[in-house]
Design a protein around this ligand. Sequence first.
Ligand code: EPZ
Length: 425
Amino acid sequence: MDVIRIEGGHHVSGVVKVEGAKNSALKLMAATILAPGVNTLTNVPNIADVHVMGKVLKRLGAQIEVVDEHTLSIDTSTVTSWVTPYQLVAQMRASTAVLGPLLGRFGKATVAMPGGCNIGARKIDMHILGLQALGVEFDLDHGDINATAPRGLRGDTVTLDFASVGATENLMMASVRAKGVTTIYNAAREPEIVDLANLLNEMGAKIGGAGSPVIEIEGVDELHPVTHEVVGDRIEAGTFIAMAGITGDPVEVRGFEPIHLGLVLRKYEQMGITIERERRAVRVWREGPLSSVDIQTLPFPGFPTDMQAQTMCLLALGSGSCIVTENVFENRFMFASELQRMGADIRIEGHHAIVHGVSGFSGAEVKSPDLRGGAALVMAGLVADGTTVVSDIYHIDRGYERFVEKLQALGAHVERTSVPDANVL
Ligand code: EPZ
């Protein structure tokens, strides 16, 4: 199996450019189902999850040309199926993002019920309730969700229990083809939602309010293919910003909008990290000690849950104590138990992690619990005493393109190696 081996204590500085946002690209790819013809997406990250979404679209009948490493040409005029198989949905929960577009195009969809994952149950009850308001009927048959709109999709008002990113996206992508107007209250406000709304409007949709808690969608009869650039990945950017914060060395992070990390950057400045903002870049370094500040994750513009692990890594070396509260997922502290193997002093109490800063980490063998926790463990290894070996790095490959190469270009002593699988005797 592949592992990432990090030798701590080396300077990490220079310039890194982040890719297009994973959490936008996957939905934009799904949305091309709504616009039969050749759609071109640029600034697409070359990551495992994008490859899986490509398989899903091809299974539905789409033809995909990799124009270059970051440009996909997706012809959905040949999409004839509305059935996504379990093995692809099981590989990636985000495959459920085809539910809305398939309903919008065909008035029906069969999507495998997604299982849970390491960070939580990942239910889709809000997707289902919202789509039912638009006239969709569901039945669960042997693990598959069969969705139909026997009387067609009709616009209505939907109020989400929680500002769910996925539910907001599926509702937007179904309602663009509904008869009449749909209003979503308590909609998710993430920059990736705005990117999706922009793509749909470029296709001919009539969506207003994306980025606010109230999104209004006036249904249209048809959508046409477009060319669209994926928004920069604010979480990949935040991950490299956190790395500069933990090592203290100057790093310039390019290719994203700093405003998309507003609260994160403000919290990091409170922690003693210096951040110079530019239009699509930041310069980050730290001279003094890391201060401890309380963090609680919330839907955007609150503190993003996808930056929780990276930030807890910083706080674990803080000069005091603090509380990290995870309000979005029910089980997103597994990273903390791995970090404790490296010497962190963290006590978990339900949704709260009480973090007492320590003077340093010691290198250890640790296991990546999920995508962001894995990146954060590599980050801890950069400043740990000795060598850290991170396994289960397939999580990291899902969302970070050339992660090791980017760190090596910044001067980190990091390598990806294969080791015999200890479980295979
Ligand atoms: C998206 O997941 C992102 N994934 C996640 O990023 C991100 O953490 C999350 O939004 C929150 O920002 C993609 O975009 C592919 P939610 P999503 O619907 O859409 C519960 C990463 O590391 N919920 O906002 O699944 C759900 O279980 C990943 O890049 C329901 O209970 O997030 C979770 O606890 C991790 N019922 C919470 O709401 C529903 O119908 C937030 O989920 C839907 C969600």
